[in-house]
Design a protein around this ligand. Structure first.
Ligand code: P6P
Length: 336
C-alpha cells in the first residue's frame, strides 16, 4: 500500500534534514510555491473558457509577446511572495529588474527566481506548460537583498523545482536530498507524493532538440546529434526523438524515461536561448540530484557564474553518459 504523503508534510520533513533548528521559513516558502501551483493550474486548466488565452499586447524584457496567462502566473507568484516575509527579493522572467521586498514589509533570508509560465507559446494549442523555480539563501548582510544575492552559481541553490500543467498537475522539487514528484488530487486540492526519489533511467530513451536549428549548429554539435540519430552505438538502437518545445515538459519526460535534451548555442542564439538562473540552473540541480548531469558544452551548468539576471546559456541536460559524450564531441575530443 503506497504511503499517503502530502507535499506540505514532505517539505517539513525535508527541512528537518537540512537544519537542526528549522525556522519554518524554508518549508513555508516551498509550501507557498505549491499554493501558487494550484492557483496557476486552475487558470491554465480552464484558460480556453474564460478568455485567458491569447496575448496581452505587451512585450516582456525578453522581447517576447506576453500571453495573458503569463501575466496572470507572474502576478500570482509576485503577490504570493511580496508580503509573508520568507524572501528578501525575487527575479522573474517577466520582470526586467529584480523585485525587492520593501522595508515596510518583513524580509526573509531567501532569494527566489522563477519562470512563471514556461513554454507559454504552446498555451493556445493546449500543449502542457510549466512553472520553474529556484531558491538561494541570501549571502549579503542586512535585511535588504543586493545584486550579489542574485548573481550566483547554481551550486549555491538550496532548492529547485517545477510544476507541470499537463494531463495532471505535478510539482517536482529537490532540496538536495533527491527529487520527489507530487500529483495534485483536484478533488481534495492536495499534492500527494506520487514519484518518490526520481532517478533518470540510464537508457537514453529520448533525443530531444529542435532539429530545425541543425543548420545553425557547429560541426561538432551536428556530429553528436548524428552519432545518436544514426545509432552509431547499440545504446541508441531504441532511442527515439521527441520535442515539445516546452522545457518543463521535455525535461519531465526525460527524467522519467531517460534521455538527453539539448538547446545548444547556435548562429541565431550565440549565447544559447534558455536562461541560466530560472531555467537551466533549476533543471541542472534536479538532473544531478536524479543521477544525471547538465553542461553548456564546456562547463558544468551549476558552476556557471551569473553576471546578469536574464543571462542566457546553452543547455544540454539528462543522462550523465550523454552529457559527458556531448562535452567530448563539443570539445573535439570524441576522436581520441
Ligand atoms: P524553440 C519556451 O519558449 C522555451 O523557453 C522553453 O520552454 C523551450 O524549451 C524553448 O523555449 C523552445 O524553443 O526555439 O525550440 O521554440
Amino acid at each position: 500500500m503506497k504511503k499517503i504523503v502530502t507535499i506540505n508534510r514532505h517539505i517539513m520533513e525535508q527541512e528537518r534534514t537540512l537544519s537542526d533548528k528549522p525556522s519554518g521559513d524554508f518549508s513555508n516558502l516551498l509550501t507557498q510555491m505549491a499554493f501558487c501551483a494550484k492557483l496557476i493550474g486552475r487558470y491554465v486548466n480552464k484558460a480556453g473558457l474564460v478568455d485567458l488565452l491569447g496575448k496581452t499586447g505587451n512585450v516582456n524584457v525578453q522581447g517576447e509577446r506576453v500571453m495573458k496567462l503569463d501575466d496572470l502566473a507572474n502576478q500570482t507568484i509576485l503577490r504570493a511572495f511580496d508580503h509573508p516575509g520568507y524572501i528578501a527579493g525575487m527575479a522573474s522572467e517577466e520582470e526586467e529588474d529584480v523585485v525587492l521586498i520593501p522595508p515596510h514589509r518583513p524580509r526573509g533570508k531567501y532569494i527566489l527566481f522563477f519562470d512563471p509560465l514556461d513554454g507559454s507559446s504552446n498555451i493556445d494549442v493546449n500543449v502542457s506548460v510549466g512553472t520553474i523555480f529556484s531558491i538561494y539563501r541570501k549571502i549579503t548582510s542586512g535585511p535588504d537583498a543586493k545584486m550579489e544575492d542574485f548573481l550566483r552559481r547554481g551550486v549555491e541553490q538550496v532548492a529547485a523545482g517545477y510544476v507541470i500543467y499537463g494531463s495532471s498537475t505535478m510539482m517536482v522539487y529537490t532540496t538536495g536530498a533527491g527529487v520527489h514528484g507530487f500529483t495534485l488530487d483536484p478533488e481534495i486540492g492536495e499534492f500527494l507524493l506520487s514519484h518518490e526519489n526520481i532517478t533518470i533511467p540510464d537508457s537514453c530513451a529520448v533525443l530531444s532538440c529542435n532539429e530545425t536549428n541543425y543548420s545553425n549548429w557547429s560541426d561538432t554539435q551536428r556530429a553528436f546529434i548524428d552519432h545518436i540519430k544514426f545509432k552509431r552505438e547499440d545504446r541508441y538502437a531504441k532511442t527515439t526523438g521527441r520535442y515539445i518545445g516546452s522545457l518543463v515538459s521535455d525535461f519531465h519526460r526525460n527524467m522519467l524515461y531517460g534521455g538527453i535534451f539539448l538547446y545548444p548555442e547556435d548562429a541565431r542564439h550565440p549565447r544559447g536561448k534558455l536562461r541560466l538562473l530560472y531555467e537551466a540552473n533549476p533543471m541542472a540541480m534536479l538532473a544531478e540530484q536524479a543521477g544525471g548531469a547538465a553542461t553548456d558544452g564546456r562547463t558544468r551548468t551549476l558552476e556557471l557564474q551569473a553576471k546578469e539576471i536574464h543571462q542566457r546559456t546553452a543547455l544540454v541536460v539528462g543522462n550523465r553518459r550523454e552529457v559527458e559524450l556531448y562535452e567530448k564531441f563539443y570539445q573535439g575530443r570524441h576522436l581520441t
